[in-house]
Design a protein around this ligand. Sequence first.
Ligand code: SF4
Length: 157
Amino acid sequence: MAKIGILGCDSTTRQMNCVMIGCFGNLRERKGSFVDYPKEDPLDLVGIIHCGGCPTAVGADRIWQKVQALVDYGIDTLHLTSCLVQICPFKEDFLKTIKEEFPSLKIVQGTHPFHDEAAFKAGVRELVSQRAVTPQRMNDLVFKRIKVTTPEDEDKA
Ligand code: SF4
């Protein structure tokens, strides 16, 4: 039995509300980056953890704690989510640290099939910056410019 842990990107889940449906769906169906597991080998998803957010100057110094939390439950393989692999500027630092700290852990880069990288990055940039559709903020309420829905709007919806 493969005992799998997943290390994901904090930003895509917390800021962009990704529910990891692509990661789980591919694991369930043994597609994407789960395709190489032998058919007769049951896949046991032990747990999921996220990087903790863009670490800037401290780089990969805390990633070991995240992975340790999964290793404590006996994972033998760690998948980095495909979003982390494609957009994370700290990926190589993370990999170096994880390999040094956990030399016997098998690391797989990816979960679901990879996106077109340029389009994915452009989409993520928009989700983070919210320029095309600017969300309302507390200042809109404070400065009395907030747009509110009316019961009529709700009837139309
Ligand atoms: S971009 Fe990298 S460091 Fe930043 S939240 Fe995502 S995985 Fe974590």
